[in-house]
Write a protein that binds this ligand. Structure first.
Ligand code: FES
Length: 582
């Protein structure tokens, strides 16, 4: 036993923090070891070796993470091989597809669970098992506030969906099929058959949606092993990667390679550039802002615009392109993308391997320039996220040019306003709705406080009468987010949101709105005096609940441009505990 004479309560007084629980030769040490031996643990596991927590978001309510108990077993193999002691623990699992009113409402709650589960339990390093959209940022945010050695293992994307000869992408084809239903090209029977064809293996959405984007982001940030993002969830190499992560986290504990040493400003800048190159989800904006907030890195919306402005989109994946994550993996995945844009990146940024991102990827190759286009001849000229500002969005709003119609990048149109998602649902297909394709649709009440939880409804569908004309896109402005699997000329995350009294709350039917993406401008063409009059008459909506987590969330959530974290969670307080569990 190490630390056998140390009876201090304070975890800082031990060589490894887990020793404060498990390696002590006293009553408390006896009790912990005794209870843990009811799982068949042998004596030498308590000899002071590093304890590795495996933070698992497995849940049958989160199908994208349904294979995580097997992945955890492979992590354990690696930990044992390197002389560590792995212990798996559950945290709140966030299912994008099942949680109501939206999984994003609970991202911050899950991050609190993760933070306190790590801090309160005897572990020296942690593996984060993440998959479905919000599970990645939630776990990274919580772990970053503890600042132990931390390594992310993503669950990997599903295999390609295929239906009647067509490549079918998670989410993306949900929108495509729904439009076909509206236009009569598909029936409900067709849809029923497409369900199993779209989701045919373990894994998360296999488009470049939010899950794949966030798996790419953790690889680009350097907190996951190279190739983490793209290996399919059922590919044997996913399990081999988990095994190697288990080996590496034990070394990271010995090297004291904490997550704060990896999550630097340079790392975030690399991730933003990679996000542009992969045509990643707009959700990465709020998640990276929130993650940076936990680590004390000064990251802003302007960094997103600055770093993405001249970054082309290289990756030909749905929703911006035609392929899926399987082809992306075979083409070389994130290492190949990093290789294509290496002249733009901070190649000396440290990663969890103990090497720099440049060293990790120096031998990477691009095996298909139809899937990963070369930087010199990109798939689309604009890959980054455009940040628009103006009297309609003083705190900023975002748009993904690679998923938008180039012909709508400069447009002036008449506002057609929906006060809430229920108002939209009730009126969008009303034949008498006064709308044509030159109008700009505005949706309110879907931001962090308003929904509550910042819903993914920013790609709200066009009216059937316009779709039937063969028109597929119109400008839409909202304080909502958009699914990473979605597409369209959608201006999102408008801040401040309507429920917080932002100018979007004051837009009325018939107002003229100017959108100028090249000049990053979003202007409501209404006089200041008129806006003042409207503001004076505006009443804040009643809160959705006056108790519980809803209340905590709506009282404390920050606006989109600050990452929508809870104000009191920003920052970190480390992993030490000074009191015994009396
Ligand atoms: Fe889980 Fe898309 S629903 S990743």
């Amino acid at each position: 036993m190490s630390d056998d004479s140390n009876h201090s309560y304070d975890t800082r007084n031990y060589k490894l923090r887990s020793n404060a629980w498990l390696a002590r030769q006293d009553r408390d040490g006896f009790a912990r070891r005794s209870w843990m031996k009811n799982q068949g643990r042998v004596d030498h596991l308590f000899d002071g070796r590093p304890v590795i927590g495996i933070c698992n978001t497995w849940s049958e309510f989160t199908p994208c993470n349904g294979h995580f108990r097997q992945i955890a077993e492979y992590v354990k193999r690696g930990v044992y091989e390197m002389g560590g002691f792995p212990l798996e623990f559950p945290v709140m699992s966030l299912s994008e597809i099942l949680l109501r009113p939206t999984a994003m409402l609970y991202r911050n709650l899950a991050s609190m669970d993760v933070e306190e589960s790590i801090r309160g339990q005897p572990m020296d390093g942690v593996i984060l098992l993440t998959g479905c959209d919000k599970t990645t940022p939630a776990l990274v945010m919580g772990a970053a506030s503890c600042d132990l050695p931390t390594l992310v293992v993503s669950g990997g994307p599903m295999l390609n969906g295929r239906f009647r000869g067509e490549l079918v992408g998670s989410g993306t084809h949900t929108w495509i099929f729904t439009e076909r239903l509206k236009t009569g090209e598909m029936t409900m029977d067709d849809l029923a058959q497409a369900e199993a064809a779209m989701s045919r293996s373990s894994g998360h959405c296999m488009t470049m949606g939010t899950a794949s984007t966030m798996a790419s982001m953790v690889e680009a940030l350097g907190i996951a092993l190279p190739t983490n993002a793209a290996i399919p969830g059922v590919d044997a190499r996913r399990y081999a990667l988990a095994h190697m992560a288990g080996r590496r986290i034990v070394e990271m504990v010995k090297e004291d390679l904490r997550i704060s040493k990896v999550l630097t400003k340079q790392a975030f800048e690399n991730a933003i550039m990679v996000n542009g190159a992969i045509g990643g989800s707009t959700n990465a904006v709020v998640h990276l802002l929130a993650m940076a907030g936990r680590t004390g890195v000064d990251l802003t919306l302007d960094d997103w615009d600055r770093l993405g402005r001249d970054m082309p989109c290289l990756v030909n994946l749905m929703p911006s392109g035609k392929y899926l994550m399987e082809e992306f993996y075979y083409a070389g995945g994130i290492p190949a993308v990093i290789s294509e844009i290496k002249h733009k990146l901070h190649l000396d940024a440290l990663t969890v391997t103990g090497k720099t991102i440049g060293e990790n990827n120096k031998d990477a190759k691009n095996f298909s320039t139809d899937v990963i286009f070369p930087y010199s001849a990109p798939f689309k000229p604009e890959g980054g996220i455009a940040v628009l500002r103006g009297n309609l969005a003083p705190g900023g709003a975002v748009l993904k040019p690679s998923a938008a119609d180039p012909n709508l990048m400069k447009h002036r149109g008449r506002a057609v306003v929906f006060e809430s998602i229920e108002d939209y649902d009730a009126r969008i297909d009303d034949p008498n709705l006064d709308i044509d394709e030159t109008c700009i649709m505005v949706l309110k009440g879907c931001g962090p406080k308003g929904y509550p939880g910042f819903a993914e409804v920013g790609n709200f569908a066009l009216p059937a009468k316009i779709l039937k004309k063969g028109i597929k896109d119109m400008i839409r402005i909202s304080d909502a987010r958009m699914s990473g699997t979605a597409y369209g000329t959608t201006i999102l995350h408008t801040a401040p949101e309507a429920a917080a009294g932002g100018p979007i709350a004051l837009v009325q039917n018939g107002d003229m709105i100017e959108v100028d993406v090249p000049n990053r401008r979003l202007h409501l063409d209404v006089s200041d005096a008129e806006l003042e009059t409207r503001k004076a008459a505006w009443k804040a909506p009643a809160p959705h609940s006056d108790r519980g987590y809803y209340k905590l969330y709506t009282d404390h959530v920050l606006q989109a441009d600050k990452g929508a974290d809870l104000d009191f969670l920003v920052g970190k307080s480390g992993a030490h505990v000074t009191r015994e569990s009396h």
